[in-house]
Structures are given as structure tokens and as C-alpha cells.
Design a protein around this ligand. Structure first.
Ligand SMILES: Cc1cc2nc3c(=O)[nH]c(=O)nc-3n(C[C@H](O)[C@H](O)[C@H](O)COP(=O)(O)OP(=O)(O)OC[C@H]3O[C@@H](n4cnc5c(N)ncnc54)[C@H](O)[C@@H]3O)c2cc1C
Length: 249
């Protein structure tokens, strides 16, 4: 759905990103997560190689440059976010460290390849498949979980995202604010960069720029959905400074 929050994501396949806190995950969760991640990977592979590239692989460059500006204040104590990527190390390509001079970027870099979603086309493909199979879209808002029982369907898959906090009265669902700034598509740019806590990913539908100052704690517990233009401009300027250095500017 183009108006769901999913349509506003960066588009990286990052199955363990802030998925849980180690201290709260419970003993069986890592195993369950691995099973889910493997199913997810296999499922998304089916969308590779399609005409409009709803899903594709691209390179990511992590730049090792030490930040020159003082980082913005962190938004609370660092939490013990669970890291599970080692469990699926056999699925995804291993990254490599490249010395200064091996790429056009200044300094040494770490390069990996990741699956990415070109969200406009991915969403369009899913919706077209759904409609082609006879699916129908009906808008309806549920105030309580009990209302789901009034549906005539025998099976209900309930995926309200952050809406689960209100719908299920579950305060353990924590909001994570984030926003993306857009640059116009540049088909010749076919990679992503992570530099000074700013992420850039080039997609078919545009170049996505996202601030992640302070890493995983950025936006934690923040449910504001208002656009922060200063944040967007600062993120774009960080990239402009990087590319300015590369072109000798
Ligand atoms: C800036 C940003 C970048 C991100 N980048 C990535 C990324 O690169 N990779 C990644 O994996 N994740 C990323 N995420 C996280 C990702 O966007 C979310 O985890 C994901 O979109 C959640 O999908 P969902 O289907 O669970 O929920 P949603 O997409 O929010 O869909 C929930 C649906 O349920 C409906 N709903 C909710 N409550 C009710 C109700 N009471 N009654 C009826 N309908 C209801 C909503 O209207 C909506 O249609 C990013 C998030 C942000 C903010």
C-alpha cells in the first residue's frame, strides 16, 4: 500500500536491525529469528531479475573516515540491541576491507553486497499480483482486537505495524522515528554509502538519504511523524561534503 509506513522505508534487507533487545528476547527467539530470516531471504529472491527490478543486489561502502564534527547528543542510554547476522553468514556475501586508493572514496572502505528493494516497483508488483489473484482492498479501522472477530473471513493475518501498540494495548511496542530525504534518480549510481552516520542508497525510484546519528539509538522512543527539514538538509550536506572531496572541490 503506497500510504502505509512500509512505503517510506529505505529499502535495505536488514532482518535483525533493532529487532529486539538481547535482555528481553527470550531464549528461543534467536532460533525463531533465523528461521524467519531464511524464509524471508528465499521469498525475496523470487523477485530478482524481474523487468523493473523490484528487488536487486547492490554494493554498500562503509567509509572509515573519522567524523570531523562533534556528533549530536545521543537520545538516551545505549541499549543492548540483539545482533543475529552471524547466524545467516552463509546466506549473504562476506564483506571485504579495501585499502585507500582501491575505490574513488577517500581512505579505506569496507564493502559488502546487500539485497535492496526498489520500493515503488516492489509495492506495485505486490499489489498487481494481489489484484491479479482476485484480491480486493477494503479500508477499515479497528479500535480493538475483538473487532477482528466480526470479520467473515476464516483466516485473518493481522499486521498493523506500529498500530499494534494501540490495537493490542501493547506498550512494549516501541516507536523508532526516522525519515528519508530524496534526491532525483541517478541510474549510473548503483550502490549505497554509509558515511559519518548518514546512509545513502541509490534506488531506481530515487536516491534515499537517511540520518542515523548516534547509530541504533537514533529516533528510539520517538513517535513524531513531522518532517524535520534541518535533519534532511544536514544529511544531504554531509554527503555533498564527501562527494566534494572526491571531485577535489
Ligand atoms: C526512515 C525509515 C527507514 C527504514 N528503512 C528500513 C529498511 O531499509 N529495511 C527494513 O527492513 N526496515 C526499514 N524500516 C522499518 C520498516 O519501515 C518497518 O519495520 C516496516 O515498514 C513495518 O511494516 P509493517 O507491514 O509491519 O507495518 P506498516 O507498513 O506500518 O503497515 C501497517 C498497516 O496496518 C494499518 N493499521 C495499523 N493500525 C490499524 C488499525 N487499528 N486498524 C486498521 N489498520 C491499521 C496501517 O494503516 C498500515 O496500512 C525503516 C523505517 C523508517 C522510518
Amino acid at each position: 500500500m503506497p500510504d502505509a509506513r512500509s512505503a517510506r522505508a529505505t529499502g535495505s534487507w536488514t532482518p535483525d536491525s533493532r529487532i529486539a533487545l538481547t535482555s528481553a528476547a527470550g531464549p528461543g527467539f534467536a532460533v525463531q529469528w533465523e528461521e524467519m530470516a531464511r524464509i524471508s531471504f528465499k521469498r525475496f529472491r523470487r523477485y530478482l531479475g524481474l523487468a523493473d527490478s523490484p528487488v536487486e543486489w547492490s554494493d554498500r561502502y562503509f567509509l572509515a573516515d573519522a567524523p570531523t564534527d562533534p556528533p549530536p547528543p545521543r537520545q538516551g542510554p545505549e541499549l543492548d540491541f540483539a545482533r543475529y547476522s552471524d547466524r545467516i553468514g552463509d546466506l549473504v556475501p562476506h564483506g571485504e576491507n579495501l585499502p585507500a586508493g582501491a575505490t574513488p572514496f577517500p581512505g579505506p572502505v569496507h564493502r559488502t553486497s546487500s539485497m535492496q528493494f526498489n520500493v515503488a516497483d516492489y509495492g506495485h508488483t505486490l499489489m498487481a499480483d494481489f489484484l491479479a489473484m482476485g484480491g480486493r482492498v477494503e479500508h477499515r479501522e479497528f479500535q480493538t482486537l475483538g473487532e477482528l472477530a466480526t470479520l467473515k473471513e476464516k483466516v485473518v493475518i493481522n499486521c498493523p505495524g506500529y498500530g499494534a501498540r494501540a490495537l493490542c494495548r501493547d506498550e512494549s511496542v516501541v516507536p523508532l522515528r526516522g525519515q528519508i530525504a530524496w534526491l532525483i534518480p541517478q541510474p549510473e549510481v548503483n550502490y549505497g554509502v554509509f558515511y559519518k552516520d548518514v546512509s545513502m542508497l541509490s534506488r531506481r525510484d530515487g536516491i534515499v538519504v537517511q540520518a542515523l546519528w548516534g547509530g541504533d539509538m537514533f529516533g528510539y522512543g520517538d513517535d513524531h511523524e513531522v518532517i524535520d527539514r534541518t535533519e534532511a538538509e544536514r544529511a544531504v550536506k554531509t554527503l555533498a561534503e564527501l562527494y566534494g572531496r572526491m571531485s577535489g572541490g
